[in-house]
Design a binder for this molecule. Structure first.
Ligand code: HAM
Length: 418
C-alpha cells in the first residue's frame, strides 16, 4: 500500500524537524503575547465558498458526510477564526492576539513547496485598526524567521496595500464589482501569460502594467516601513505592489515572505481582512482583523538550503534527542534494584534508558553512547554501591545507592533534587 500523493509519513527524523519548527513558532508567538487556540479540521464547505475565493474552493478536499452534510477538510484557518470570533466576540477584551498551529489540506498539484497536506502557524490580531497592529504583526513574522537563524540576506518580506489598488481603480471610475477580478489578475501577474493578463485587464492594461513594472508608492506603506526601521527590521522588507494575495477577503496591507534567492514559493502570507468577521456574523459584529500564516514545507526547504540555519537546527535536534543517563545492568540479579532507581530518576525528570532484556555489558555501553547519554550507572557486584561513569571524561566513582540522586543532581547542576 502506497501513501496518497502529497501526504507525508513523519519518521522520527522528520518529526524532530517538525517539533523544532513548532517549538520556535510557539516560543516567538508567546514572546509577542499571543495566546494559543484551535478549531476543527472539518468545516461546512459553505464556509470556504462564501469568502475564501475561487482558487481555494477549487482545491478543497470536500465530501458529503453520512448525515448528508457538505463538508470540507480545512484548507486554511482564517474563515474558522472569523466564525469563532463572531460567535464569542463579547467574551474577550480587544484586541485579541491569537495563534494556532495545525494541519491543513489543499488538493494542489504536488510540486516543490506544495503538498496536499501541510502545517501552518497562524497569528492574528482582532479588534484593532491602528497601523501599529500591522507593524507588530510584521515584526512577529520577521522575528519568527530570525528564530531559525535566518537573516535579511536570506529572506525578504514583500509588503503591499490592497487599498493602493482599490484607490487606483476608484480614481479611474472602475465599478467596484470588477475590483475582485482585477485584483486576481494582478495576483497572477508573472504566473500567467502576458497576453492573457492584457486580455483580462482590458482597457486598464497599459496603466496597470506600467504600475506593475515601475512600482507604486503609498504614504501608508512608507509609515509601515518606518515603524519596522524603529525596531531595526527594515532591511527585511521591500515595498512591492505586485503582491495582492490570492485570497478574496483581504482589505488593506498584504504581505508575503520569500527566500532572497527567489527559488521557492512563499514561506508565509497574510494581511488585513477588516470585513470578514462582520460577513460571517449573525448580528453583523464589525471587527477589524489582520493576520498571517507560515507553512512548514517551504520554511523547511529554506532552512535546509541555508547552511547556518541548517547547522542551528541540527545542533538543536541533537541536543533534544540526547538521553541523560543509561543504566547498565551488569548483573541480572540487580535488575529490580536498578529499575527502582530508574523510576526515581525518571520521576525527577531525567531521561533514562536501559536494556529491556539481558544484554552484554559492552553492548549496553554502546547503547549509552548511541543515545548520547552523559552518565552511565552500573548495577553489578558493587551493589549496594552504584558505579557512576562520566561518559565524557571516562571518570568513574562508586556511590552508595541512597546517595545516588544527590550525586546525579550535582552532576547535572540541578539545584535541589528533593
Ligand atoms: P496562504 O498564503 O494561502 O494564506 O498560506 C500561507 C502559507 O501556507 C503559504 O505561504 C505556504 O507557505 C503555506 N502553504 C499554503 N498552501 C500550501 C501547500 N499546498 N503546501 C505547502 N504549504 C502551503 C492563508 O492560508 C491565510 N489564511 C493566511 C492568513 C491568516 N491570513 C490572515 N490570517
Amino acid at each position: 500500500m502506497q501513501k496518497l500523493p502529497g501526504f507525508r509519513d513523519f519518521l522520527p527524523d522528520d518529526c524532530a524537524v517538525r517539533n523544532y519548527i513548532f517549538a520556535r513558532w510557539r516560543e516567538v508567538a508567546r514572546r509577542y503575547g499571543f495566546v494559543e487556540w484551535e478549531g476543527p479540521i472539518l468545516e461546512p464547505t459553505e464556509l470556504y465558498k462564501k469568502k475564501s475565493g475561487s482558487e481555494i474552493v477549487d482545491q478543497l478536499f470536500n465530501f458529503t458526510d453520512k448525515g448528508e452534510r457538505e463538508v470540507a477538510m480545512r484548507p486554511e484557518l482564517t474563515p474558522t477564526l472569523a466564525r469563532v470570533v463572531a460567535a464569542h466576540e463579547r467574551e474577550f477584551k480587544k484586541p485579541l492576539k491569537w495563534f494556532s498551529i495545525g494541519r491543513f489540506f489543499r488538493f494542489e498539484k504536488q510540486q516543490r513547496g506544495r503538498l496536499r497536506e501541510h502545517f501552518q502557524l497562524n497569528c492574528d490580531i482582532i479588534g484593532e485598526t491602528a497601523l501599529a497592529a500591522d507593524i507588530e504583526l510584521l515584526a512577529l513574522c520577521i522575528d519568527l524567521l530570525r528564530a531559525f537563524g535566518l537573516t535579511e540576506n536570506d529572506v525578504v518580506v514583500r509588503i503591499s496595500d490592497r487599498e493602493f489598488w482599490t484607490d487606483f481603480l476608484r480614481e479611474r471610475n472602475v465599478p467596484a464589482d470588477r475590483w475582485d477580478n482585477l485584483l486576481q489578475v494582478i495576483d497572477k501577474f508573472g504566473r500567467e501569460s502576458r497576453e492573457k493578463t492584457i486580455e483580462k485587464l482590458g482597457e486598464l492594461a497599459d496603466l496597470v502594467l506600467k504600475v506593475l513594472s515601475e512600482g507604486g508608492k503609498s504614504e501608508k506603506l512608507d509609515r509601515l516601513v518606518d515603524g519596522l526601521r524603529d525596531r531595526g527590521l527594515a532591511e527585511f522588507v521591500d515595498i512591492d505592489v505586485r503582491i495582492v494575495r490570492g485570497l478574496a477577503y483581504y482589505t488593506g496591507i498584504v504581505f508575503e515572505l520569500f527566500d532572497r534567492a527567489g527559488n521557492l514559493r512563499a514561506i508565509a502570507g497574510g494581511g488585513r481582512y477588516d470585513n470578514l468577521i462582520q460577513q460571517l456574523s449573525d448580528d453583523a459584529v464589525s471587527m477589524p482583523a489582520l493576520g498571517f500564516a507560515m507553512g512548514d514545507v517551504v520554511l523547511g526547504e529554506v532552512v535546509n538550503e541555508t547552511p547556518h540555519a541548517l547547522k542551528q537546527m541540527q545542533q538543536a535536534i541533537a541536543a533534544e534527542r540526547k538521553i541523560d543517563i543509561y543504566v547498565v545492568i551488569a548483573k541480572e540479579k540487580h535488575r529490580a534494584d536498578a529499575l527502582a532507581q530508574i523510576q526515581q530518576l525518571r520521576d525527577h525528570g531525567y531521561r533514562v534508558d536501559y536494556p529491556l532484556t539481558p544484554t552484554k555489558v559492552a553492548r549496553q555501553f554502546q547503547a549509552a553512547e548511541d543515545g548520547g547519554a552523559s552518565l552511565a550507572l552500573l548495577y553489578g557486584d558493587e551493589w549496594p554501591q552504584v558505579k557512576v561513569k562520566n561518559l565524557t571524561t571516562r571518570e568513574e566513582s562508586l556511590i552508595p545507592n541512597k546517595a545516588l540522586l544527590d550525586s546525579v543532581a550535582k552532576f547535572f547542576n540541578v539545584p535541589d533534587s528533593a
